[in-house]
Design a protein around this ligand. Structure first.
Ligand SMILES: O=C(O)CCC(=O)C(=O)O
Ligand SMILES: [Fe+2]
Length: 302
């Protein structure tokens, strides 16, 4: 873990890395063809929109043939075996993280794992991003500041550009340098809910890659692990480390599927009209995660 409060794991060495590279090798041919399907509007409403890039999401349950089969471009259908292997290996990393966190939090054995089973129906996704080089006079943010709306994100990058914002009001953005043979693991918003803010969501953004890397197309391969669809996202029971709710606090009753839809589609003007640009109604756990008005006893993290 790269810091108790940041709760961002680096250094998970795994045979998965070769699969990730294999998948990257197909991307130059695939993403360009797939990209129009899920294009998102700008997330950055106060500034220039992030620099244009292509991305595409592939559902775990579709790839494992256990859920909805989505219309898929031929170029992706040809890679189903590779995607299936990648999904299984990425999920193994996620299970390892659950074991570690479950122990760390003192939860009953298997609590987190049972909420994120490979065979459980969930919003887990492979997320492919292709970001072209930006001109030297336009090195604006490529992906705006955000937290991920999942439980854990496993991230394979070969180029730099990912930056994280540590906790605290004086915090400054730091680059995360990708290490060969390693994945980066971010903790995300569902864990903030499950632990009532004890674990923080990693606040991150993507800038134009540093130095000479800025001249190269940047591919990201991401696995989003999400709670199973029917689970209600609330503070978990059974750990003495997870802080109690505030007096009279009532948690909202929302299941994982509806929460994902709210976070994922909330910013699409085609669905929500101008309300889509009301960032505050769809944002993640930034306030709790920045710990500026910390209500969480950080000593409990040890
Ligand atoms: O490309 C990256 O390094 C990060 C991507 C990311 O944060 C995301 O897709 O949510
Ligand atoms: Fe992200």
């Amino acid at each position: 873990m790269a810091g108790r409060q940041t709760l961002l794991f680096t250094s998970i060495k795994h045979k998965l890395y070769q699969d990730a590279i294999d998948l990257h090798l197909v991307q130059p041919y695939t993403i360009a063809e797939m990209s129009d399907v899920l294009r998102m509007p700008s997330e950055d409403f106060n500034d220039l929109p992030p620099f244009p890039k292509d991305f595409y999401n592939v559902s775990k349950d579709d790839i494992l043939k256990q859920g909805t089969r989505w219309p898929t471009p031929d170029v992706l259908n040809a890679q189903r075996v590779l995607m299936k292997n990648f999904t299984k290996y990425a999920h193994e990393i996620v299970l390892l993280a659950w074991e570690l966190l479950n122990n760390h939090l003192g939860l009953p054995v298997g609590t987190l794992l049972k909420m994120h089973r490979l065979e459980g129906i969930s919003g887990d996704q492979i997320h492919l991003i292709k970001a072209p080089p930006q001109p030297p006079d336009d090195r604006r943010t490529a992906l705006a500041e955000h937290t991920d709306f999942d439980s854990i994100t496993v991230l394979f990058n070969r180029l730099g550009g990912l930056q994280i914002l540590p906790p605290g009001d004086q915090a400054e953005w730091c680059y995360m340098k990708p290490l060969l043979g390693h994945a980066i693991v971010n903790l995300s918003d569902a864990l903030v809910k499950f632990t009532n803010g004890l674990l923080r969501s990693n606040i991150h953004r993507v800038s134009s890659p540093p130095g000479t890397q800025a001249g190269t197309t940047r591919y990201s391969l991401v696995y989003f692990s999400r709670p199973e669809d029917d689970l209600i996202l609330k503070r978990l029971q059974g750990s003495t480390k997870i802080p109690p709710l505030a007096k009279d606090e009532v948690e909202e009753e929302i299941n994982s599927k509806d929460w994902i839809i709210r976070r994922g589609l909330g910013r699409r003007p085609g669905i929500h009209g101008t309300k889509a640009f009301d960032w505050t109604s769809f944002r993640g756990s930034e306030e709790k995660s920045r710990r500026i008005n910390a209500q969480v006893n950080l000593a409990q993290l040890s």
